[in-house]
Ligand binder design. Structure first.
Ligand code: UDX
Length: 467
């Protein structure tokens, strides 16, 4: 099939490369000429494991362009995967969605094209996109579209950092449209993923148990709501365990054991029960806010989703409170942050806890030193106003620091020479914001190890704090 993808961000590019890999002819469009130039020469503008490898393997079937005239006519499916960043008012900014829809409408030229909303858009946007395309088509062609297109929703569930794996081997594919013809087209499009009939790349092996992937075909509004409901549920699962972790600390329980004990109940499940600093990223914050605001438009309050947001906000404060309680005074202290990206294996800094924590510490008079294996360049570009010291190694972050906070659980941070690091710190205080480090070993080395919802043995509560 011939596919056009508008937007080469995390979702658009991952989708495009995967669809080309499984055999479709794909044109990826972006209005950013620098991005398209980079992609044409095989370089990817985002960091996502194995993206460059898969792009090279899919190269014969994937092209990049800045021109709607090149991408849209003749396409069987057009994906809209443009950004919907938060607007100053809190809701998503839909200007890119509007522009993409109008440009698609002006260039549609095929007997039937399915236009798919892949961006996370407010519930009801499918109808809005439909009317924008219709108007632009009529203006450009001077006639009605007469059934030559229909709009569908195909929400994306990929996680950054494992986006290609999630796209090739999804738990399910959701497609929603009020037009059965477009559901048939999307079924044909996703067939290789549904049947798992493609040859798996060596670097992204197929999970052993995966034989087929379920397809959920719904009406437009249900597909749009599924995306929000799924993200809000995952977000509240994390906030739930973080709330329990607060109580665990107070009663002397260990949150990792509590999470295992409840997660092994198949009705609850182990995943997304990892307590820590709280969620970040482009989806959970934005989608829970959008859900609350959509509900408000229908005079509906959503106290559960609101509470999940509040608990998540509180987790950032908990980090500062823990440092305050360990160091007594924060003013003039040097705090090292390990990790900037909102999670490992990405350079994405949207709603990254590190940024909020750095700001809070700076406000309290701390000097903040930071390191991240891949996100420092992006941080330098996107956050020039945050006055932190960027260090080119984790060891430099710790030098003369009063405390180090592990903010992003990059695997390489677990393997550091912590013994050597402890010797270079003013006070060996380590706050493991993700509960991933070996507490017993670190305590053995001489660290005061502080976790999120973990028990601190009494002997470690009195580490010498230099005034
Ligand atoms: C999420 C959804 O998982 C994905 O389905 C959707 O399409 C987009 O949003 P993503 O934001 O890429 O994906 O990352 P995810 O792996 O879900 O993690 C989100 C945040 O939650 C991260 O900051 C992560 O550190 C945090 N998290 C996750 C926890 O704090 N605890 C957990 O147990 C799991």
């Amino acid at each position: 099939m011939r596919i056009a993808i508008i937007g080469t961000g995390y979702v658009g590019l991952t989708t495009g490369v995967c669809l080309a890999y499984v055999g479709h002819e794909v044109q990826c469009l972006d209005t950013d000429t620098a991005k398209i130039a980079a992609l044409k020469s095989g370089r990817t503008p985002i960091y996502e494991p194995f993206l460059e490898e898969l792009l090279a393997d899919a190269a014969p079937r994937i092209r990049f362009t800045t021109s709607y005239e090149e991408a849209i006519p003749g396409a069987d499916v057009v994906f809209i995967a443009v950004g919907t960043p938060p607007s100053p008012g809190g809701g998503p900014d839909l200007q890119y969605l509007r522009l993409a829809s109008q440009s698609i409408g002006a260039h549609l030229d095929h007997e039937f094209t399915v236009v798919v909303n892949k961006s996370t858009v407010p519930i009801g946007s499918g109808n809005w996109v439909d009317s924008l395309i219709r108007e632009a088509y009529e203006t450009a062609k001077g006639k009605r579209p007469a059934g030559c297109f229909s709009v569908a929703s195909n929400p994306e569930f990929l996680r950054e950092g494992s986006g290609l794996h999630d796209s090739l081997y999804p738990d399910r594919v959701v497609v929603g449209s009020d037009d059965p013809k477009s559901l048939d087209t999307l079924y044909a499009l996703y067939r290789p993923m549904l049947d798992q009939s493609f040859t798996a790349p060596t670097y992204l092996p197929r999970p052993e148990a995966l034989a087929a992937v379920p397809l959920i075909a719904t009406d437009l509004a249900s597909a749009e709501l599924i995306k929000y409901a799924a993200n809000a549920f995952l977000a509240l699962k994390i906030s739930y365990i973080n709330e329990i972790s607060q109580l665990a600390e107070r009663v002397g329980a260990d949150i990792a054991q509590v999470a295992k004990g409840i997660g092994l109940d198949a009705r609850i499940g182990m995943r997304f029960l990892h307590a820590g600093i709280g969620w970040g990223g482009s989806c959970f914050g934005k989608d829970t806010a959008a859900l609350v605001s959509t509900a408000a438009e229908y005079s509906l309050d959503m106290p559960i989703v609101k509470a999940a947001r509040e608990v998540n906000r509180r987790q950032r404060d908990v980090v500062v409170e823990k440092l305050l309680s360990a160091l007594r005074i924060l003013k003039g202290r040097t705090i090292g942050l390990l990790g900037l990206a909102f999670k490992p294996n990405t350079d994405d800094l949207r709603e990254a806890p590190a940024i909020e924590i750095a700001k809070k510490l700076i406000e309290r008079g701390c000097k903040v030193r930071v390191h991240d294996p891949v996100a420092m360049e992006r941080f330098r570009r996107e956050y020039p106003g945050i006055d932190v010291i960027l260090c080119d190694s984790p060891e430099k972050v710790a030098e003369n620091a009063d405390a180090v906070v592990l903010v992003t659980e990059w695997p390489q941070y677990s393997d550091l020479d912590w013994e050597a690091i402890a010797k270079t710190m003013r006070t060996p205080i380590l706050l493991d914001g993700r509960n991933v480090l070996d507490a017993a070993r670190l305590r053995g080395i001489g660290f005061r190890y502080i976790g999120m919802g973990t028990v601190e043995p009494a002997a470690h509560l009195d580490v010498l704090v230099k005034a």
